[in-house]
Design a protein around this ligand. Structure first.
Ligand code: N01
Length: 538
């Protein structure tokens, strides 16, 4: 029997952290017949594509940005730095794929061009770019929260004749910057990670900045053997802490700002800045992301640090962020602001001096022409909803996801969608996604999906589908959490504000631990908010 004609229980799209674990759990723990697909030539998802120089996990990661489910895996993998590099995460995922014998069930270099639900057969059929079809009762979309590249459409940009790379689609062959005049557009995590590395080699780097950013020193360093051994010894307890502390094993501060003097607060900010990582955001005082006055104080502290680091006062002023600290993804850098002290780096604030057009060899802004040899687009992604819309599955009655999500990304629990029975998303809109450690978040979501599938199988049920009422209540639930914070007041990819024309909606669940409690409650209440259908095949 050809692979395409085999009867599958579940099909998985994507082989990043989410898809790999889904394959392992559904196949090896639940005994389902599963096949996975990936458009890339290997496993890794985000880590397969984002190979730009300086790419690292944007959190104090090792050994926590990793799978938690296997103590043996934890014991055998040697993390070497506190802020893991892309190459290291990718090697780890390749190791996981080998160790759990996952690769044999993944079809690489395969784009899924269509996915349709058959109401009579209660199953999904997907089609690949070569015309092969596969059918299964369940479709698991591990398509990636940060996958679809956001590319600016400045007049003439396609006329540019030099090398052009998007950070999220970086080539596998080495890119040389030597002797080149490089333009970088975008100063999110990707831009801020790659600019210092490109500047070390290029003749000149011109950064085109739309929004000045808060970025904190990563203070990346070698991970001591004793630290790693301690984490291994305490793994079960750390894993539980991560589950109940928003994805990381660190305690967040409950200190009250009102109980400290301004001088004491400043001294604490200094100490946390020196410590590096995300400590300034999570370990200063309670409410940095919800109380304006406190947020203003922390914002001003970081602006002061930028002024201290950047020697040219005019450049420093252009680098002053003005949105609420932490309401865009916090960035950890390795010498970003220091890079502006180099002679071969200059900064264009495109809010003051907008990009007007491209030519074959240059970028024109309102103040003049910038001749360049290479263009690096660090302009981010159509985040969270983009990869699902790219797949555009067709659900009940042929309803396409593009139609369903034309105005709002309605879903239930960030993982299911009314009108799309038996389809599950990992890290969909409304799930904690980047607000939790993504590998662990993927494991917990997959465990819930597996439990739901088992529930159906044990009862000979053929389909499970979120109700529209449950979607509305869910939408209110996650938005009411976001509205208690300063996040919705900032234009960010969290709000869909980075992509022209995208509906404005908060795209994540801010309380990951509470979210996973909700998933358990829903399951224990007999899958509250879902309609089920008896199986028709038996
Ligand atoms: O993308 P971004 P990113 N003209 O959207 C600018 C994760 N990540 O790839 O702020 C000019 O953050 C845009 O400007 P503005 C991480 O979660 C993870 O850097 O919208 N500029 C911004 O400066 C991160 O948050 C790791 O005004 C334009 C930049 O481009 C997420 O990926 C490592 C523009 C885009 O910043 C995305 O980061 C790196 C235009 N038309 C990233 N359009 C890991 O650790 C956009 N910009 C896994």
């Amino acid at each position: 029997m050809s692979e395409a004609n085999k009867p599958y229980d579940a099909l998985i799209i994507g082989s990043g952290f989410g898809g790999l674990y889904a394959l392992h759990h559904l196949r090896d723990d639940l005994g389902l017949n599963v096949r996975a697909f990936d458009g890339a030539g290997g496993v890794g998802g985000t880590w397969w594509y984002n190979r730009y120089p300086g790419a690292r996990v944007d959190a104090p990661s090792s050994p926590f940005y990793a799978y938690t489910f296997s103590q043996d895996l934890v014991n055998e993998w040697e993390w070497t730095e506190t802020q893991t590099s892309q190459a290291s995460v990718l090697s780890y995922l390749e190791h996981v794929a080998d160790r759990f014998d996952l690769t044999k069930d993944i079809q690489f270099n395969t784009w899924i061009t269509d996915a349709r639900y058959d109401e009579t057969r209660q199953s999904w059929t997907i089609e690949t770019h070569t015309g092969e079809q596969f059918t299964a009762q369940f479709l698991i979309c591990a398509t990636g929260a940060l996958f679809v590249a956001n590319k600016p459409d400045y007049p003439g940009i396609d006329d540019f004749a030099g090398e052009c790379y998007h950070t999220g689609r970086w080539p596998h062959d080495k890119v040389s910057f030597e002797g080149k005049r490089v333009a970088v557009i975008g100063t999110g995590s990707s831009g801020i990670q790659c600019i210092p590395e490109i500047a070390k080699e290029a003749a000149h780097v011109t950064v085109f900045q739309r929004t000045a950013q808060y970025s904190l020193p990563a203070r990346n360093r070698p991970l001591a053997k004793e630290e790693l051994d301690q984490a291994r010894a305490d793994w079960e307890q750390l894993r539980t802490s991560m589950r109940y502390r928003g994805g990381w094993p660190f305690k967040t501060s409950r200190r009250r700002a009102s109980e400290a003097t301004p001088e004491e607060r400043h001294a604490l900010y200094e100490q946390l800045w020196a410590q590096g990582g995300i400590h300034l955001a999570i370990n200063s005082y309670a409410g940095v992301l919800s109380k304006k006055a406190l947020n203003d104080e922390v914002s001003e502290f970081v602006r002061g640090k930028i002024r201290e680091i950047v020697k040219n006062p005019e450049t420093a002023e252009k680098l002053m962020p003005s949105y609420y600290f932490g309401t865009k993804r916090l960035i950890l850098d390795n010498g970003y602001f220091e890079t502006y002290n180099r002679d071969n780096v200059s900064l264009v604030d495109i809010r003051q001096d907008p990009i007007q057009r491209f030519t074959e060899t240059s970028i024109h802004t309102s103040s003049g022409e910038h001749p360049i040899d290479m263009l690096v687009l660090a302009t981010g992604f159509d985040a969270v909803s983009g990869s699902m819309l790219n797949l555009n599955p067709k659900g009940r009655g042929g309803l396409s996801l593009k139609e369903k999500w034309a105005q709002r990304f309605d879903n239930y629990l960030g993982t299911t969608i009314a009108g799309f029975p038996n389809l599950f998303m990992i890290h969909g809109p409304g799930a904690p996604g980047v607000f939790f450690t993504m590998p662990l978040g993927g494991e917990l979501t997959t465990a819930w999906i597996g439990r739901c599938i088992q529930h159906l199988r044990d009862r000979n049920l053929g389909a499970v589908e979120a109700t529209e009422d449950a979607e509305s209540l869910w939408d209110r639930e996650i938005n009411s959490i976001a509205e208690r914070t300063l996040y919705p007041q900032t234009d960010s990819w969290y709000m869909g504000a980075n992509v022209p024309g995208k509906p404005r909606q908060f795209l994540g669940h801010l309380r990951g631990s509470q979210y996973f409690d909700r998933l358990t409650e829903v399951a224990e209440a007999g899958y509250e908010g879902f309609a089920v259908e008896p199986g028709r095949k038996a």
